[in-house]
Ligand binder design. Structure first.
Ligand SMILES: Nc1nc2c(ncn2[C@@H]2O[C@H](COP(=O)(O)O[C@H]3[C@@H](O)[C@H](n4cnc5c(=O)[nH]c(N)nc54)O[C@@H]3COP(=O)(O)O)[C@@H](O)[C@H]2O)c(=O)[nH]1
Length: 908
């Protein structure tokens, strides 16, 4: 390339030298030539001027001669007048002089022009002679004698004419000569012009040659440059090019080929193609023929093909795409081969990546847990995955023949089309729909459609769908569960609340009345506990059925949980209608129920609130009905109560107490009082019962009779009970440390027993933390707990195993049964104070007391009598064989310190 550029530069410089010298030659030659021609023209012009001057001088001489002759005549004619004669004589002389001078001039001019001047010289002499004669004649002139005029004139007459004629002839002769000369001069001028043309031509011809030369130069330069350009392109081309001769020997390789092959052109030149271009089969790694070699063999061009690996000079490999064609001369004769190839490694890698990505995509597509359908613009399936076909129960082939209308379980095709049009605008849509399977089954599907563009530019609808039939059913079920009671299928608290809210709004709008009846089965727990939950559940179902029979279609019966039901009675005329309904309910539910061969008798308690009289809010009405129910329960059960202001106040108080109770523990407002248990024979304190007290800063001491039911109802009894347990365990340890070993009993609520594991954990922790001897502790539980034989047995045995004694509180008021007394590890029976208080007056109570004491002894249990208020009580009990008792007769429950003093005193 550099050499080529150098050559072009040299040619360039040479050409400029030639052009310069030609231009210089042309310029100098032209200048010289024009100078010569110009000189030639100047000489001719000067000669012509001289001829003209000669001709003019001859003319002048003739004119002067004529003037002289005329003056002569005037002298002769007017010579008689001396003045005129003198004047004309002067003029005559002047003209004679001028004529003489003119003749001299003519002679000179003629001589200069090289003309014959002899005649002119002769004339000059004749004129001189004539003048002499004139002047001589004049001397003869007498102005007074006219004859003298004649005489004078006769002397010169004829001679002046002769002179004039001679001069005329001379002029004619000169004119001939001048004409000849003129002719020659004009010929010389023409010649000069020809020369000028020739000169111009001479100057033009080199210019023309120069122009031709320039054109040739340009053409040559173009050839050279295009050759260089081709060469440059050849080198710069992105594809590798190898040119070889017919023997397969490399002639040239371009820069790209050098880079790819690892051979420099100089090194590769002359080598066999196979040496520099080692080609291998990609898959089998076998050496294969290069396309150039195949062209040399067959003479046929090989189009661009790939799939081969090129082994480079350094041993590394490249994937190449190559082609070859024969190189032919102007006669079509093959003179070599050209091979073009390029590196396709990156493309191969990319293709491999693409293939891997596609395989990945296909796997993903096929393994998608969702069905995928691709619909074209006409909503026909053009692609699908396996899951789509499976869900729709079609084969793959069948799926590809479906249209959306075959799948969508929508009768309204227009709606489907409208949805498609909307989709085209929004690009995406998510909705739930129903698909019909091949077998006609309906699938609830969650569909997500996206508008996509196909490679050919058309749009398509990519539809992902998921079978949510089960989910839907589950959701429906959940929704049903969320709003219904599982056991009875009745609306639950939430649904009741909704309906009640709507019913209240409607009633208020229509100025109508409605009643809310809160119902609770009396002693249902006992049934449940004694006969088992199965029976309890069956009973609840019967109750639900009977209640449904008591209400109208637009009324609502809901189960609130446990044995609690609520009835919402719409459009009541007055409160009496509610009473009527309540009585009907009581009557219906009081009828015996037969379950599993057992005949059960139950009674309900009912609380009633009215809308709008008692309130216009669902929660309010429920709360008031609950308060009325509470009242009904308090007042002996098996009855109904309407909500009243007093009830409202109690209810408010309960709510307030509950709110305050929630903070009582953390504010250390609880305290344990201890009531002595004494030996009825000698009044000696042998133990005590721990009874909780709530010292509220504002309300003073709140009795457990007020707050324990609230604590139990709210669940706060768990924490409070744990605190009692801990404190009750700590106290005997303190007394022990003071030298007094006292047994302490404490109450454990039924709700605490409902969480046996937690109870045991708390109990053990309390014992461990206090370090008390467990045999000093006694747990009091109520009779009703023993009605659940399965649940309770274990925990009671565990408590006993710790060494703690078990006392059955309020014995005689519940389902006292010998069987469970035998079954459970109860140590002590506590006779309820209600029997004790009247035992001295009421023979039934006395009999009861006697029976309990006898039973306890039979069962080898201890007996503790409660509520001993008088000596009579003590005496009666002692007489019946009861050894231990407690009551105001001995001491009210007292704080620990005071109890310590009692201990010191030695008796209660
Ligand atoms: N779960 C828990 N319940 C407890 C706890 N502390 C008490 N209670 C229960 O609260 C109810 C009311 O108890 P209280 O007001 O303390 O009444 C007790 C005695 O003061 C009272 N008593 C004792 N002797 C007499 C008497 O001669 N006459 C009379 N009229 N009353 C008397 O009896 C209550 C003792 O009851 P009991 O537990 O059944 O032995 C009450 O039901 C308590 O059980 C507690 O910590 N946890």
């Amino acid at each position: 390339m550099d050499r080529r550029s150098g050559q072009i530069g040299r040619i360039h410089r040479l050409m400029w030298g030639v052009v310069g010298s030609v231009l210089l030659t042309v310029a100098l030659g032209g200048y010289w030539f024009t100078q010569v021609v110009a000189q030639l023209g100047t000489a001719a012009r000067q000669e012509r001027v001289q001829l003209l001057a000669l001709e003019a001088a001859v003319g002048e001489a003739m004119a002067e001669l004529s003037e002289q002759t005329q003056e002569w005549k005037d002298i002769l004619l007017r010579g008689h007048d001396p003045v005129l004669r003198e004047k004309h004589q002067h003029a005559f002389e002047a003209h004679a002089l001028s004529l003489g001078a003119e003749l001299v001039s003519v002679q000179h001019a003629a001589r200069e022009l090289g003309l014959d001047t002899d005649d002119i010289a002769e004339f000059s002499r004749q004129h001189q002679a004539l003048m002499t004669d004139y002047r001589a004649a004049l001397t003869l002139f007498d102005p007074k004698n006219p004859l003298s005029f004649r005489l004078v004139d006769q002397r010169v007459q004829g001679r002046d004419r002769l002179l004039r004629d001679g001069l005329r002839r001379e002029r004619e002769k000169l004119e001939v000569q001048i004409a000849a000369r003129e002719q020659r001069l004009s010929e010389r001028g023409v010649l000069g012009q020809q020369w000028l043309k020739l000169g111009a031509l001479a100057a033009f011809l080199p210019l023309l040659s120069l122009w031709f030369f320039w054109q040739v130069y340009r053409a040559l330069r173009e050839i050279v440059l295009s050759d260089a350009r081709i060469r440059a392109i050849y080198q710069a081309i992105g594809d590798a090019v190898l040119v070889a001769d017919m023997q397969g020997r490399v002639e040239s390789i371009n820069a790209t080929a050098q880079k790819l092959l690892g051979w420099r052109e100089g090194e590769a030149r002359g080598r066999l193609i196979s040496e520099v271009f080692e080609l291998y089969d990609v898959h089998h790694q076998q050496r294969v023929e290069s396309p150039a070699e195949s062209v040399l063999r067959d003479g046929c061009p090989i189009p661009m093909s790939n799939g081969m690996m090129l082994r480079r000079r350094d041993g590394s490999e490249l994937a190449v795409e190559d082609s070859a064609a024969p190189v032919r001369d102007e006669h079509g004769q093959a003179v070599g081969v050209v091979m073009v190839f390029h590196d396709v490694s990156k493309r191969y890698a990319l293709l491999a990546e693409l293939r891997a990505a596609r395989a990945q995509f296909e796997t993903l597509f096929e393994q998608l847990p969702e069905g995928v359908l691709l619909f074209d613009e006409n909503l026909a399936v053009i692609m699908h995955n396996r899951e789509a076909a499976r869900l729709l129960e079609y084969s793959s082939k069948e799926t590809l023949q479906l249209r959306v209308f075959d799948i969508e379980a929508m009768d309204d095709q227009a709606a489907i089309v409208a949805r498609r049009e909307k989709l085209q605008q929004t690009g995406r849509d998510d909705f739930e729909s129903r698909y019909r399977t091949r077998s006609g089954r309906l699938l609830e599907v969650d569909v997500s459609v996206q508008v996509v563009q196909l490679p050919d530019g058309r749009i398509a609808f990519q539809t992902l769908f998921r079978d949510i039939t089960e989910q839907k059913q589950a959701a429906l079920q959940i929704e049903h569960l969320a709003y219904h009671d599982q056991l009875t299928g009745l609306p639950n608290r939430r649904l009741l609340h909704d309906r009640l809210s709507h019913a209240i709004s409607s009633a208020v709008r229509r100025d109508a009345q409605l009643a809310v009846i809160y119902l609770d089965l009396d002693h249902f727990k006992d049934v449940n506990d004694s006969l088992g939950h199965g029976t309890g559940d069956a009973l609840l179902q019967v109750v639900a059925e009977r209640l449904l029979g008591c209400i109208r279609a637009d009324d609502t019966l809901a189960r609130m949980g446990g044995d609690e039901f609520v009835l919402m009675l719409n459009d009541l005329n007055d409160a009496d209608s509610a009473s009527t309904a309540a009585e009907k309910i009581m009557h219906e539910l009081s009828r015996p129920v037969c379950i599993g061969g057992d005949e059960l008798r139950i009674t309900p308690s009912l609380g009633i609130s009215l809308c709008p009289g008692d309130g216009r809010d669902a929660d309010e009405l429920l709360k008031y009905a609950d308060a009325a129910l509470y009242q009904a329960k308090q007042q002996g059960r098996a009855t109904y109560r309407f909500y009243t202001q007093a009830l409202h106040d109690q209810s408010v108080e309960r709510v307030q107490l509950e709110r305050l109770l929630r903070h009582a523990l953390e504010r250390h407002e609880f305290e344990l009082y201890y009531q002595p248990q004494v030996d009825l024979r000698d009044g000696r304190i042998i133990g005590c019962e721990a009874l909780i007290r709530w010292n509220h800063p504002g309300m003073g001491q709140v009795s457990p009779g007020r707050f324990i039911p609230i604590a139990e109802h709210s669940g706060l009894i768990i924490d409070i009970g744990n605190w009692v347990m801990q404190e009750a365990c700590r106290q005997p340890k303190r007394w022990h440390d003071q030298g007094r070993d006292i047994k302490v009993s404490f109450n454990v609520s039924a709700r605490q027993f409902m969480r046996p594991a937690e109870l045991m954990q708390s109990l053990k922790a309390a014992l461990a933390e206090s370090g008390v001897d467990a045999t000093r502790m006694e747990v009091e539980l109520t009779e009703s707990l023993l009605l659940d034989p399965q649940g309770m047995g274990e925990v009671l045995h565990e408590i006993r195993a710790l060494g703690i004694q078990l006392a059955l509180d309020d014995f005689g008021t519940g389902y006292s049964s010998l069987s469970y007394l035998r079954r459970f590890p109860i140590n002590i029976l506590k006779i309820d104070q209600s029997f004790v208080s009247d035992a001295d007056n009421n023979p039934d109570d006395a009999e009861m007391v006697k029976t309990i004491i006898g039973m306890a002894h039979n069962l080898r249990m201890s007996v503790v009598a409660e509520g001993i208020e008088t000596e009579a009580h003590r005496a009666l009990l002692a007489m019946q064989g009861c050894r231990v008792g407690q009551g105001y007769h001995y001491s009210r429950p007292v704080p620990a310190e005071e109890f310590s003093r009692l201990l010191q005193r030695g008796s209660g």
